[in-house]
Write a protein that binds this ligand. Sequence first.
Ligand code: FAD
Length: 319
Amino acid sequence: MGDVLVLIDHNDGRIRKPSLELLTLAGRLGTPAAVVLGGDDPEALAVQAHEYGAATVYVAEAPEIADHLVVPKVDALAQIAGEANPAAVLLTSSGEGKEIAARLALRLDGGLITDAVDVLSGDDGPEAVQSVFAGSYAVVSTVVHGTPVIAVKANAVTPEPVPTAGRTEQVTVAFSALATSVKVVSRTPRASEGRPDLAEAAIVVSGGRGVGGQEGFAVVEELADALGAAVGASRAAVDAGWYPHSQQVGQTGRQVSPQLYVAAGISGAIQHRAGMQTSKTIVAVNKDPEAPIFGLADYGVVGDLFDVLPKLSEYARAD
Ligand code: FAD
């Protein structure tokens, strides 16, 4: 197979972990090629991409990329893909990643698969695995028309360094008229209190209505900090104003797929499962032994979260 383009997400001069995972997945499908758009130090990003197996790194720098929403990135990717004719394009399945993926698939007249939890090399081209119906089924799909554009959830795989002496190519993008139609006026980083981003975190500890109030989230945050985890919340907790909507996990919140998901005081409604069912290991803490979350959990603790969580924090800190 040929090149597999990976759109690199970066922050503060570092490639974000989900994009390193994509480079590892790209290596299964063909020859990884990274696309670095914008950034203060694209050369440093290119070096990191080579360290994780990118044989070619396409770098495009232009004020349009930082100052406007997704269209300049779509323009750049479409131009690079048009020239490189890749076997597939991989992006992270974040809100922005999915929007870029959808617009790109349209431009390339290709097929789109989002929310993949794995990517495989099949007989007829790249295959994407999606987890559906609360994790009851794994659906394997392949794109049968045009370039496959696949958006993959974070934590699909452990990124593997494969130092590669590749080349870096500077690209001058011809932006479309649409590219500058929406301008970013300001950016305000979400207050994460030094915790990892919810969508990328390897561990997420979430609280639900069982937490009982805003103050109840202190035990959830304590465990999250002991584990180096992000904090999530059910919609019931968010709707009650106990935790910010930015941290809501579920169908109408964020989709997470961490190595470990701890659900505390969460019943396990289908809409909550939709956001966390692909987590590798699920631990539920609930005082109701009949709570549906136990049907999904790998490990369940029947008990009061105000007893259980502090003990878990203590064990985690002792480790
Ligand atoms: P509950 O269902 O009330 O469960 C609370 C649990 O806490 C219970 O199981 C109880 O036994 C347990 N508990 C109580 N006290 C304790 C204690 N001291 N210790 C241990 N356990 C205790 N929900 C989401 O989460 N995310 C979404 O994105 C989302 N989107 C939705 C979209 C639509 C269109 C609709 C209709 C609903 C959506 N919901 C979503 C809401 C969803 O249906 C549930 O209402 C919600 O997930 C319930 O949240 P919960 O589990 O925290 O609360």
